[in-house]
Design a protein around this ligand. Sequence first.
Ligand code: PMP
Length: 385
Amino acid sequence: MGKEKICNNVFEMIGNTPILRLNKIESYFNINNELYAKVEYLNPGGSIKDRMGVYLLERANEKGKINEDTIIVEPTSGNTGVGLALYGTKKGNKLIFTMPSKISIEKELLLKAYGAFVVRTPTEVKPDNPNSYYKVSEVIAKLIWKENKKLKYDEIEKLVNYVQTLVNSNKLNELKSILTQNIKPNIYAYIPNQYFNKYNPESHYNITAPELWNQFNGILDYIFVGAGTGGTITGISKYFKEKGNTKIIGIDPVGSVYNFVKKGMSFEKALKKAKSYFVEGIGEDIIPETIELDLIDDMIVVSDQESFSMTRFLAKREGILVGGSSGAALFGAIKYLKKREIKNKKIAIIFPDGGRNYLTKIFNDSWLIEKGFELDDEKILEVLK
Ligand code: PMP
């Protein structure tokens, strides 16, 4: 499936993303290592989640969990939604996504462009709250199962509006009562649940990791990867650990629980330290089943400011427009290499998505000022020199 050939459908355009040597970054920060970015926004859906979204639903279809009448329901920060929506175009599956309010409007509009419905949920709630994006997706699936038939467009719209009203007016008891109803699942709704679906890390083990391995003939000393569901880092790490001894370093935003739990803290204690942050797609306030922390050699914590400054700098210096989790990964990688005085190594850094999703945020000075961020990126990045 090379990019040089004529593709017969969008699925053949997924993967085989290029590797970019970050020459200017290396010289600006005086890094005596080779830095390579795997540029995932060049997937047709714009992110590393294309392979995974399609893979998850192909497996569900094989196992008879979905057919063309199934509505796909999923809590997603956007990129997984696009991957799932791509699959949806195969047989006309409808999709409903739940998305925390902090996620950019571009991502909501993007999912709607692929024909999906979106329900917005509050960001500042714990995952077991009936208003959380995890729980609201369960509410939606239960309501569809209860109907026990293939829903028409206007019926889906009505259902989505009803749930959005419950969420907006904080009707926790009504949401809870739907959640506790004993409704048997049927073919009309399916939650792939990227946080608990073993096919998420498996997709990266089977597709993303071998691709990266082949691009470097297996010769990589370090891979730096952000962890959201942990599917990417877990799949890549498992593959590389089986075949060689590449070190896998996780990137975690300040406020996420992963780095605390990785250091041996109990999840309950870590959760008390958790706080919200702006960078999208990485970090969690749960430990999903899709992450194996033991497969991660080390973790490095990066703040929103550091992530955003590096993301902006990358666009201006290297001419590559990527999202905040890419900037976070690069900042974390350089910090790690400098702190440990690592030299003459081959380093890969995963850049999960593109910057166009964040034009109204990371690349919008007014938004940054409103949130109290510093605009002088070079000043912030001085610590890495
Ligand atoms: N960056 C972005 C922008 C993402 O959307 C995601 C997915 N949540 C990640 C990084 C992390 O990927 P994963 O879920 O496989 O850990």
